[in-house]
Design a protein around this ligand. Structure first.
Ligand code: FAD
Length: 401
């Protein structure tokens, strides 16, 4: 039986940067990455907005705040070193009502606490940066927000890891792990490991189950749909225009972003989905799983923590283009229905729900057993944060229990 020092489940950005960090600490370590898809970047890491966030959204006591800004800086350095397109284009966050002005103060406090550059600007100054944005009185300018070719990053990491002796195997759906003996059973083969990192994104809860980990969590998928702004109208957006988010929720709201290719995308939504890979209308649905998701959604709806009902109503309505348009027009009133072109860009955010407290988990969640570590809520900004997050992950593995 072949044995590795480390087994990593999942070749998304979290699994790949974890392998990168392990190799950085010990170049001789033997690492196996098992990925169920035929290539890297099939799920969230290849389907996101490609924005390197500054970290302004997260309170200083969160794991997100600890790794976001550092991770973004490390990602920019990685991109520069390896010729991956990345541009520090900045973004504006615009208030759309008086309530947003209060949240703006909270975001600015986060920026101060987390040592992030951010400036409060009046509406006219915001419009000197984004002439077609329409702020209610004020907004924030974040000069360090960047856009990046996220698929380019995961593909480059894949190549570098392979050249450094990391074994990557595709088409390997890890379903049978024996934590007691530290063996994973694949079709007709058994592989031993010293320590397992569960970086399985939307399936991390399933991979964690045999370890008795994360039992008071359930996973709810939320669908992120985008429209593309018609090229003839993309002068409406210079870089990125975001709303002020509801900070009791883990989603940032529909925004307009000039991505690294130069195209402008509008989105994403956070519409409750009924499957972990339910990218289309009916694709990726499995009756038993959909029923489980529906049950948890109902529980959340009934408890209405974090104003969950409002979230569901507001997001479901975005299936209608007219409602989606309204969200975009709050930021840039000149956007018209004809400017929003259908796009096949869609992602799923695998959002953890704390079943005991009936609330959406806002922060990353790491759970450890003696020989395994489980990354359970690698939601945004896990892409931005990944290089620094991987350091935290590997530190936790090395820390005594
Ligand atoms: C619409 C959208 C927009 C976003 N925008 C941003 C953004 O602008 N900036 C940002 O920082 N973050 C953003 N995010 C979040 C970011 O993309 C994710 O946090 C990050 O990609 C998570 O990485 P991951 O490696 O955990 O997950 P994934 O990329 O999903 O990787 C997990 C991998 O594990 C594999 N896997 C799963 N189960 C198994 C199994 N049993 N056996 C083997 N392999 C398995 C999967 O096939 C997959 O390749 C966005 C997310 C979405 C959905």
């Amino acid at each position: 039986m072949e044995t590795f020092d480390y087994l990593i489940v999942g070749a998304g950005i979290v699994g790949l940067t974890t392998a990168w960090e392990l190799k950085r600490r010990d170049p001789n370590t033997r690492i196996l990455i098992l990925e169920k898809e035929p290539r890297v970047g099939v799920h969230a890491s290849g389907r996101n907005s490609g924005v390197l966030h500054s970290g302004i959204y997260y309170g200083a006591d969160t794991l997100k705040a600890k790794v976001c800004a550092t991770g973004a800086a490390r990602m920019r350095e990685f991109a520069a070193e390896h010729g991956i397109p990345c541009q520090r284009s900045g973004k504006v966050i615009v208030a759309t009502n008086s309530k947003d002005l209060i949240t703006i103060e909270r975001l600015l406090k986060n920026a101060r606490d987390n040592h992030i550059r951010a400036e409060k600007l009046d509406a006219d100054t915001i419009r000197s940066i984004e002439p077609h944005a329409y702020p209610y009185e004020a907004g924030i300018y974040s000069p360090d927000t960047a856009v990046i070719d996220s698929l380019g990053v995961v593909e480059k990491l894949r190549d570098l890891l392979s050249s450094h002796g990391v074994t990557l195997r595709y088409g390997q759906n890890v379903t049978t792990v024996k934590p007691d003996t530290r063996v994973v059973e694949l079709s007709g083969e058994r592989i031993g490991y010293g320590f397992l990192f569960n970086c399985a994104g939307a399936s991390a809860d399933q991979v964690a189950r045999p370890f008795g980990v994360g039992e008071h969590y359930a996973l709810l998928p939320f669908k992120g749909l985008y429209y593309k702004l018609a090229p003839a109208r993309d002068y409406l957006v210079k870089s990125s225009i975001y709303p002020v988010p509801d900070i009791s929720l883990p989603f940032l709201g529909v925004h307009l972003t000039r991505v690294i290719s130069g195209d402008v995308y509008v989105g994403p939504t956070a519409i409750p989905a009924f499957g972990r890979e339910n990218y289309g209308v009916l694709s990726g649905l499995h009756i038993e799983e959909s029923a489980r998701i529906a049950w948890h959604l109902l529980q959340m709806y009934a408890s209405n923590r974090q104003n969950f009902r409002h979230l569901v109503h507001a997001e479901m309505s975005k299936y209608l283009k007219s409602h989606f348009l309204q969200a975009a027009q709050k930021l840039v009133p000149e956007v018209q229905a004809a400017d929003l072109l259908p796009s096949n860009k869609v992602g799923i955010r695998p959002q953890l729900v704390n079943i005991r407290e009936r609330r959406l988990e806002m922060d990353f969640v790491l759970e450890r057993t003696p020989h395994s570590l489980h990354v359970l809520n690698a939601i945004s900004p896990a892409f931005t944060s990944s290089f620094a997050f991987a350091e935290m992950i590997v530190d936790q593995q090395e820390a005594p229990l």
